[in-house]
Design a protein around this ligand. Structure first.
Ligand code: MN3
Length: 252
């Protein structure tokens, strides 16, 4: 299967075009070696061979008016639940898989047996991405100093960072995700198709595992009820629900 994550070469190209600068925030290479930000939430490791859908960390209407309650309920209780169910079906067939954490599976995706690799990629990716997405959103937080400094040094200023993120999110053909990651001490914007994410097979370069700070689901199911075909409205309104407190905590 073709790897749909934008290639590292393209990331670098994008970064160069955006004039990424070097950073001096005291972020050590060792901080990037382990995806510590995953923080071992209970839903990232199967219990008795099965992953479980955690409740949302807030009410379905908590992101109104920017993301409507009906969209949140369907997205979490139907779409996310389906990824969890299908991931469980995939790993149930192999006892070497159903004890591993979701991160272990995704970081080493090419080592997953071929007969279930596609299912682990799509549904394991779906489970990880949505679990992360829910925690990435909260009303009423403000961008913190660590992220602000990184975004300014990487993109010139905050407006340029936001404009680049929106442009790349709009440029995803079909379904996928836009990501903000810290890698090689720089802030980068990445995109992926379907339920791929920047962790997939990143275990091949343990010192360069991207620290995912923010992810935006641009599948139509994430916005169609409210915004219909207008992805741009959804993407630009996303800034109102970004959980900047969570991002700042990830950068500690
Ligand atoms: Mn989704």
């Amino acid at each position: 299967m073709k790897n749909n994550i934008t290639s590292r070469k393209n990331f670098l190209k994008t970064s160069a075009l955006l004039g990424l600068g070097t950073l001096a925030l005291g972020i050590e290479a060792k901080d990037l070696a382990e995806p510590k930000h995953l923080a071992k939430p209970s839903d990232n490791k199967p219990t008795n061979g099965k992953f479980e859908l955690a409740p949302l960390p807030y009410a379905y209407n908590a992101l109104e008016p920017f993301i409507d309650a009906q969209t949140m309920e369907i997205h979490h209780s139907k779409h996310h639940q389906a990824y969890v169910n299908k991931l469980n079906e995939a790993i149930a067939t192999d006892s070497s898989l159903n004890t591993k954490s979701l991160e272990e599976l995704l970081l080493n995706l090419s080592k997953v047996p071929e007969n279930v690799r596609g299912a682990v990629r799509n549904h394991g990716g779906g489970h990880w991405n949505h679990t992360f997405f829910w925690k990435s959103m909260k009303l009423g937080t403000q961008m913190g100093p660590k992220f602000s400094t990184l975004a300014t040094s990487s993109f010139g200023d905050i407006d340029k960072f936001k404009a680049n993120f929106e442009k790349l999110a709009m440029g995803i053909f079909g379904s996928g995700w836009a990501w903000v990651v810290l890698q090689d001490k720089q802030l980068k914007i990445m995109t992926s198709a379907n339920q791929d994410n920047p962790l997939m097979d990143a275990g091949k370069e343990p010192n360069r595992v991207p620290k995912i700070l923010l992810g935006l689901d641009v599948w139509e199911h994430a916005y169609y009820l409210k915004h219909k075909n207008k992805r741009a409205d959804y993407v630009s309104s996303f800034w109102n629900v970004v959980n900047w407190d969570e991002i700042e905590a990830l950068l500690k």
